[in-house]
Write a protein that binds this ligand. Structure first.
Ligand SMILES: *Cc1c(COP(=O)(O)O)cnc(C)c1O
Length: 244
């Protein structure tokens, strides 16, 4: 009983292919990340067994709860939620390979300190707030370059690119603006050739706007609802500062 997950995965893979074709891109350039917040491990496993290997949580608590059950199936874990500095140790314990939501220097410094202690490194994306919505995390676009430069000084953190959540809007052009802005920042950073900074990855696009994101250069699309169905909790619980 896959309750639609396998069909949904086929649909999503087709959507990615179509969007790539429409913009003259190679589908191999776009990775599908499964956003698994609120989804029980048993349902995530259905997707993993189907050959999808990149998953991400928003909360350390959920990472922890599903860790044992998912351990037996090969996959990689990214982190895409607001990371509190007191949860850094746990992120490392549960084998997160990339923090996509690095958006402030104090978090970067604390993560770096912990990685030094454990003699580890971590891939990171810099999360930029391209929509201008107060409720969304991410560094202000005007400060993104400065943050990249600061994080580049921290030897354990390997910058691989940028991440954003686009404006949640039915107006495609307003959404597209967010993705263009991220691409623009990517190009500005790339032009500086900062040592140890890669700008290959653009993590943008979700269930509702992945086509636009792919047209604008996404290399990672993060999809939840369109694969696992509607979530019981509103996203504001994951995207707002006043969340525990
Ligand atoms: C939940 C979430 C997604 C996936 O959103 P859907 O609309 O369910 O596809 C992507 N990125 C982040 C950061 C999320 O929190």
């Amino acid at each position: 009983m896959s309750d639609g997950i396998l069909d949904n995965l086929t649909t999503i893979t087709d959507r990615i292919k179509h969007a790539c074709k429409a913009s003259g891109r190679n589908p191999d350039e776009v990775k599908l990340l499964l956003a698994t917040k609120t989804v029980p491990a048993e349902r995530i496993k259905i997707a993993l067994h189907a050959g999808h290997t990149l998953i991400a949580e928003n909360k350390v608590q959920e990472l922890k709860e599903k860790y044992e059950a998912l351990k037996e199936v090969q996959h990689s874990n990214h982190f895409i939620g607001h990371l509190q500095t007191n949860k850094i140790k746990e992120i490392l314990r549960y084998n997160v390979t990339c923090v996509q939501s690095l958006d402030r220097i104090d978090l970067a410094e604390k993560l770096h300190q912990r990685l030094l202690t454990e003699n580890k490194t971590m891939e990171v994306l810099i999360q930029v707030n391209t929509s201008g919505e107060e409720s969304k995390f991410g560094v202000h676009p005007d400060n993104a370059l400065e943050l990249v430069k600061q994080v580049a000084q921290l030897g354990t953190l390997k910058i691989k690119g940028l991440m954003t959540i686009g404006l949640l809007s039915a107006e495609n052009e307003a959404v597209r603006k967010c993705f263009r802005l991220l691409k623009d920042i990517q190009q500005k950073v790339s032009a500086l050739n900062i040592p140890d900074v890669e700008m290959k990855e653009l993590s943008m696009g979700m269930s509702g706007d992945m086509e636009i994101a792919i047209e604008e250069g996404a290399t990672i699309v993060r999809v939840g609802t369109a694969i696992f169905g509607k979530r019981p909790t509103p996203d504001s619980e994951y995207w707002n500062e006043n969340e525990a």
